[in-house]
Write a protein that binds this ligand. Structure first.
Ligand code: ZN
Length: 86
């Protein structure tokens, strides 16, 4: 079965969905959905800090997820960048 193609919200490259991390918005929080099981509108991103930075700079996530306000990206950031050293 051919896999669906999705666009990375950071670099805008089209990729098979399994190469990208899916995420959904829930209560203003971006929730990574690696299993691609959560309901609702999803956005896709390479697991790459450069793509995350691009997506943040363009406010691409709130646009892709159709959320008007600011989004909490901490869970996504932790997935892409690893645990943040404080
Ligand atoms: Zn990308």
């Amino acid at each position: 079965m051919p896999s669906p193609v999705r666009t990375c919200v950071g670099c805008r490259t089209r990729e098979p969905a399994e190469l990208l991390v899916r995420m959904v918005a829930r209560d203003g929080l971006v929730v990574p959905d690696p299993g691609r099981r959560l309901p609702g509108r999803g956005a896709h991103l390479h697991r790459d800090p450069a793509c995350l930075a691009l997506a943040e700079r363009r406010h691409a996530l709130s646009r892709a997820l159709r959320v008007p306000g600011p989004l909490d990206l901490s869970a996504l950031r932790e997935l892409v960048l690893g645990p943040v050293a404080r």
